[in-house]
Design a protein around this ligand. Sequence first.
Ligand code: Y43
Ligand code: MG
Length: 239
Amino acid sequence: MKVCVCMYETTNCKVGCVCGGWSMVLLEHGMGCLSQPGKPMTLHHSTMYRKSKPIVLCTGNKNKLKEIVEIFGENFPYKVDNQDIDLPEYQGEPEDIARAKCELAAEHIRGPVLVEDVSLCFNALGGMPGPYIKWFLGKCGTAGLYKMLDGFEDKTAYAQCIFAYSSGEKESTVKIFDGRCEGIIVPPRGPTNFGWDPIFQPNGYSETFAEMSIDVKNTISHRSNAIQKVKDFLLQGNH
Ligand SMILES: O=c1nc[nH]c2c1ncn2[C@H]1C[C@H](O)[C@@H](COP(=O)(O)OP(=O)(O)OP(=O)(O)O)O1
Ligand SMILES: [Mg+2]
């Protein structure tokens, strides 16, 4: 993350925070700053939004939304809204699917948008089901997905999350952020509330994503790896 140095004398704190008398000032790029003049600014205030349009996160999946909001954390300085729209998804490589989904979302929202597309890739199957995991999961269930690897010794897999961001401006290009988590496919274990979590056991852990606490999942997951990149990009003043 870019560290900005506060250059301004402070005025009265307008956000009523616990900033010890130092207050919110606006830096040149419009980001709020809570710091002593000359000291690096700290992004520790949840109401310290940049003066810009909210970023609209387009997903119809409530579990994704919950994890994304938690991973962004309350210190994230931009306002993120959600639109529950089920966007059509093209066939092809995961990155192209996310890009096309993002372009459709930007057309729909006409402002800054963020979408994500998730793949679960079995190495023994050359990366399939990949972006089609949603349909395989729907038709075969988690046990059926595990069974697909019956004839293979190689149970390794990776979860991939691709975020795509568009500022929504005409001619703007879509920015892609890729996050992965390597692991193995195991017989289903743990709660069944989120997708293929019961059959994915990340490397270095003896629990499946479904069995581990959400806090642990959110520090190692495909989604958290991708979101770190999204955050770095947006916090560099790119939004
Ligand atoms: O961390 C995860 N842990 C377990 N399962 C997960 C995870 N993340 C996505 N999933 C599931 C949801 C869907 O069955 C498929 C991805 O498809 P994907 O198109 O990205 O998700 P979706 O259609 O549910 O929501 P969206 O409206 O954002 O497209 O994998
Ligand atoms: Mg989808």
